[in-house]
Design a protein around this ligand. Structure first.
Ligand code: HEC
Length: 74
């Protein structure tokens, strides 16, 4: 039994580090709630640099289609 202790501890250690340092999306979805407001959306757009490719609200690059018309679709 003892010879499995160290590998088991290493596996648990790696899992703990993973969830603490870089939590996977499914875990965040289960544990973190976000109020979906337009402020949160605007913050995400800035954080993820959507304007690096898309034009949003008249600002941003033209590498991909502008996103303003997307929200006006039925
Ligand atoms: C690296 C460039 C790039 C970044 C950064 C990027 N996009 Fe895109 N996006 C594209 C490209 C290219 C397409 C078109 C893909 C296609 O038509 O197959 C696209 C398509 C889309 C579409 C579909 C548009 C339509 O007319 O149906 C949406 C919505 C979208 N992106 C949202 C976002 C959001 C939100 C972000 C930020 C989180 C983002 N994109 C960041 C390049 C990017």
């Amino acid at each position: 039994m003892r010879k499995f202790l160290l590998p088991a501890l290493i596996v648990v250690g790696v899992l703990v580090l993973w969830f603490v340092l870089n939590p996977p999306r499914f875990w965040l979805n289960m544990t973190k709630s976000v109020d979906m407001t337009s402020e949160v959306g605007a913050q995400l757009v800035d954080e993820k640099d959507c304007r690096g490719c898309h034009r949003i609200g008249g600002e941003g690059a033209l590498k991909a289609s502008p996103l303003d018309p997307v929200v006006q679709r039925p």
